[in-house]
Design a protein around this ligand. Structure first.
Ligand code: DX5
Ligand code: ZN
Length: 221
């Protein structure tokens, strides 16, 4: 579970993150550059401040056109995990290797319409595959169910190749949509509005985790 701070109140970000507290150890940080996506969110200074304000594992999702230049900067500021969209670069594998050499967890992300084949070459080398379940750029959008077969295909690929990367889903995740993604093979859940849109963030996290675990338990029986 990785709550997205995009839905938090940015004027009191440290309080917002600490409000979730140790209910969940990860925090999803959406970086947007106004080029890769039609929106601008936050950059290095905010990640540096967050790093100083929290012990959470910072799961940075870079929706930017130039990850080769900027992704290492987020690692240097203390982000444990950096995920980028690989189709923006001619040689994304070299970015993956460079980030791993810096000691970061590395993820690659796919927009809803992009096929798994685009990242197959990268999958043996990454820690996480992020499958967008909305078009990147904005929080609070509706879940796109057409992505579910791609989640299942990624899970199949992982099993067939003995790989152990996480499958993270991002966008429109609610207590109603989370089940389908977990059933398809997702194991890491990003949620912005479904956490920070609620007064009691810990209860919101618990509700999402419970909905996910219910699927895993029923799959075993
Ligand atoms: C969208 C971002 C998401 C966003 C999810 O481009 O990558 O992480 O914060 O927000 P919700 O959960 O509100 O759809
Ligand atoms: Zn994200």
């Amino acid at each position: 579970m990785s709550p997205s701070i995009l839905a938090a109140d940015f004027s009191r970000l440290a309080d917002e993150v600490n409000d979730v507290g140790d209910a969940v150890p990860w925090m999803h940080v959406d970086v947007m550059d106004g080029h890769y996506v039609p929106n601008i969110t936050l950059g290095q200074p905010v990640v540096a401040s967050l790093r100083a304000a929290t012990d959470h594992f910072l799961d940075c999702h870079l929706m930017i056109s130039d990850p080769r230049t900027y992704a290492p900067q987020f690692v240097a500021l203390g982000a444990e995990s950096v995920t980028f969209h690989p189709e923006v670069d001619d040689d994304p594998l070299s970015i993956v290797h460079a980030l791993r050499e810096l000691g970061a967890h590395v993820g690659v992300a796919l927009k809803p319409k992009l096929p798994l084949s685009l990242v197959e070459e990268l999958l043996p080398h990454v820690d996480m595959l992020l499958l967008m379940t909305v078009e990147p750029g904005f929080g609070g959008q509706a879940f796109i169910p057409e992505v579910l077969p791609k989640i299942a295909a990624a899970d199949d690929w992982r099993g067939a190749h003995g790989a152990d990367f996480r499958i993270e889903v991002d966008g429109g995740i609610t207590v109603d949509t989370v089940a389908g993604t977990v059933r398809a093979g997702a194991d890491t859940i990003v949620a912005g509005s479904s956490v920070f849109g609620h007064q009691d963030r810990r209860a919101a996290v618990r509700a999402l985790v419970d909905a996910a675990i219910a699927v895993q338990s029923s799959a075993r029986t």
